[in-house]
Design a binder for this molecule. Structure first.
Ligand code: NAP
Length: 288
């Protein structure tokens, strides 16, 4: 039976370190500040934004929310971003996605100053990641990398198979793992013989968004399974992409859903906010 990776414990330990770090920065007159923009009234987005605010409050990061009405135009949103980009008291800016359909989300993401782009969605930061020169890491993949490091997993030389190639999870995870010298295969809906590919993985990342997608026969004996999926099963219960019991029976380590990768995403957002502030103030970065 696999070791169950406790994302909540790793989150709490990381946040405790960051709380101390923020207190030390505050003592030097430096106040990390995260601005979160939310457009419209999507209930899921509201929950995410509240959780981000709560995490900030927990560790002493100043959080500012900009709640914009549904009918906000792209131009108005870009104006707000320009103001926040120019605001010296702001360390990080994020716009909660999805935005209403009439808004040009690409233009919005590209308007955020790369130095304040704590989600790491700006093409400049994606490019930095490709070059292995990034100072911030995309939050969900960084959360998984942090979990692997916490568990003492040697990433170098491992075969890492990622199912799902989204811009926020699969693709950046493939870059983080490549930069750590893993041998990476990125799978998607057009991948042939998926089971054959996943069965070779030392590290298997499931980021498909479909419940019960990864079954035990897709997992190599002793593999490490990271389940990113957040889905609802037929009873409305939160579940991941993996059939947990089957995969856990084969794996050496596995993340549960909830309580695995999920808690790490906001944790890494906090890390990026501190990093962005330190980088702006030319304070050495001691973290990864
Ligand atoms: P997404 O944008 O919908 O991407 C899903 C990916 O899965 C796509 O690349 C798609 O391939 C691939 N896929 C779909 N069906 C497939 C199949 N039959 N075989 C192989 N690949 C297949 O999803 P996402 O935004 O990456 O999110 C994935 C899941 O993670 C969701 O459940 C989401 O809620 C969750 N999530 C969790 C966190 C967290 O903090 N834990 C953060 C982000 C997302 P194509 O590219 O070919 O379409």
């Amino acid at each position: 039976m696999a070791i169950i990776i406790d994302g909540k414990k790793v989150r709490d330990e990381n946040l405790a370190v960051m709380k101390q770090e923020v207190a030390e920065l505050n003592a030097q007159g430096i106040y990390p500040c995260l601005c979160v923009i939310i457009v419209g009234s999507d209930p899921a987005s509201r929950v995410y934004v509240n959780n981000k605010k709560k995490a900030c409050e927990n560790i002493g990061i100043i959080s500012r929310e900009y709640a914009m009405p549904e009918e906000t135009t792209t131009a108005q949103l870009l104006d707000l971003i320009d103001t926040l980009n120019a605001d010296e008291s702001v360390s990080g800016i994020l716009c909660q996605m999805p935005v209403p359909k009439h808004i040009d989300s690409k233009a919005v993401l590209e308007r955020i100053s790369p130095a304040k782009d704590v989600d790491c969605f700006h093409p400049f930061n994606v490019g930095k990641l490709v070059h292995g020169e990034n100072i911030m890491r995309p939050c969900t993949p960084a959360g998984m990398e942090t979990l692997l490091d916490y568990m003492g997993v040697e990433i170098e030389g491992k075969t890492c198979v990622i199912i799902g190639r989204s811009e926020i999870v699969g693709k950046p995870m493939s870059l983080l793992m490549t930069n750590r010298n893993a041998t990476v295969t990125l799978c998607h809906s057009k991948t042939k013989n998926l089971k054959e590919v996943t069965s070779k993985a030392d590290i298997l990342v499931a980021s498909v968004g479909k419940p019960a997608f990864v079954t035990g026969d897709m997992v190599k004996e002793g593999a490490i399974v990271l389940d990113v999926g957040i889905n609802r099963d037929e009873n409305g219960k939160i579940c991941g992409d993996c059939v947990f019991d089957e995969c856990a029976a084969k794996a050496s380590m596995i993340t549960p859903v909830p309580g695995g990768v999920g808690p790490m995403t906001i944790t890494m957002l906090m890390r990026n906010t501190i990093t962005a502030e330190k980088a702006r103030k030319n304070i050495p970065l001691n973290e990864k």
